[in-house]
Structure formats: structure tokens, C-alpha cells
Design a protein around this ligand. Sequence first.
Ligand code: ADP
Ligand code: MG
Length: 248
Amino acid sequence: MIRLAGIERKFAVGGEMVHALRGVSLELAQGEYLSIMGPSGSGKSTLLNVIGLLDRPNAGTYELDGRDVTGLSDDELARVRREKMGFVFQFFHLVPRLSAEQNIELPMVLAGIAPAERRSRLERLLADYGLADRARHRPEQLSGGQCQRVAIARAMSMGPPVILADEPTGNLDRHTGQEVMALLERLHRDGGTVLLVTHDPEIGARARRRLRMIDGAIISDERAPELTAGLAAERTAVEQRERGTSGT
Ligand code: ADP
Ligand code: MG
């Protein structure tokens, strides 16, 4: 579904060229769960932004569902992004002035979804993410974990097949981070393609497929054969905790 070949991304910074992606090639099938690890500055976010159509490569080809998207206009790119990509960021990127429900609703407003349909999706998302009693709160009135749940609900409001998460647990305590991971993994189990950037090896190891980047290049691409019994048990425990505490 996603096929990158020879992707280059360079940034001009004060007369110098920063080579953020160097000839990156990658194929991803629908429903994969991929983690991207590597030191700071190795190009992880740049790669995620290119895949998520937030950024354009300087060279190379990007095929999404069999279609070359490198030549699309900005408007077309925005439309494809709205339909196919859901983003979750380290610092949530919520609109501070808007309530939780207004933040979740925003992509649906931008996509021109009718109010009644918006309302019904919104109710379901608020319930699914344990946010019903926080709907009118603004981000500053929410905990970090609640903010990230709002951000995930917002990402899911358009039902995107691809979920891109850039250090989604980087600003959360360990327990809340585990809850957020359980939510992302639930999306994967429901058939979503999940791309997860993390610097936490324990979290990165949860993904079936693991990329490592150094200096703008993919240096390894590993697939775990099977979930180990211990990891599966831990995951189940996290899911149970998440269900039990989803209202907090
Ligand atoms: P990572 O997410 O692995 O920490 P990034 O993809 O953010 O790395 O950055 C890769 C390199 O590209 C870094 O050297 C960074 O400074 C540079 N870079 C990323 N985005 C920009 C930008 N918008 N302008 C200039 N340089 C950038
Ligand atoms: Mg980054």
C-alpha cells in the first residue's frame, strides 16, 4: 500500500544543506505495525512526515495505494492526507482555544462532513476514548494522557487506514504511555496500519516490524517472527487495565 523508492529530503539551513533522508526505500503492506527507531536527528520525523503527506521529498517516488503521490497539487495532497492519514504527536498538537470535542470534530468540519454525522461520530469517539465527561474541557484542563486520547480520537475521526505516531509516549509517564500504546495497538488489531516513531526500545520492540535509522538512512529492517508469550501476556494486562481505567 505504501511504496517509497529512493526518497531524498534536504533542508537548507543557514547556507548549509542538511540531508535528512538519503535514498530511503521502503514497502509497507496494509495492516502492518512498524516501529522506527534511531538517534535524534536521524530522520525519523522527516520520514513519517513524508509518508503522512505533510512534507514532500526532493527526489524519489512515493506510491500510495498504487498511485504516485509525489506530483499531486497541495489541495489534492491535503485531501488524500485527510482521507488516509491520522497523526498523533508527542506534544499532542491540540488547538488550545477549543474544547476536547471541538478538537476531535475539527478534521470532520474541514472535510465538510454534515453536522448530524459529525455529532454521531463524535459521541462514539468520546465514549470509545473515555472522554465523555471531559468533552467541554480545553486542553489545559486535561491531563497529558487525556490530551493524547483526544489527539488519537481526532486522528480517528475520519477513519484513516494509516496511523502515524511520532513519539506518542514521549511526554507521558510510563503508565499513561502504556495506556496510549494499548490504544494504538487496538487500532492495529482493528486492521489499521500503524507507524510508530519512538526512542524507547521497550516500546519499539512491541512492533512486529522494526526499522532503525541512522543519518537519514534505514540501516535495518527486522521482523519479529511471533509475539513472545511474555509480551502477549503483558499486552493483555495493559489492555485490561486500560479498559478498567478508561474514564480517568
Ligand atoms: P529525528 O526525528 O530522527 O530526530 P528529524 O527527521 O526531525 O530527526 O531531522 C532530521 C534532520 O533534518 C535533522 O538534522 C534536523 O535538524 C533536520 N531537519 C528536520 N526538519 C527540518 C526543517 N524543517 N528545517 C531544517 N532542518 C530540518
Ligand atoms: Mg523526531
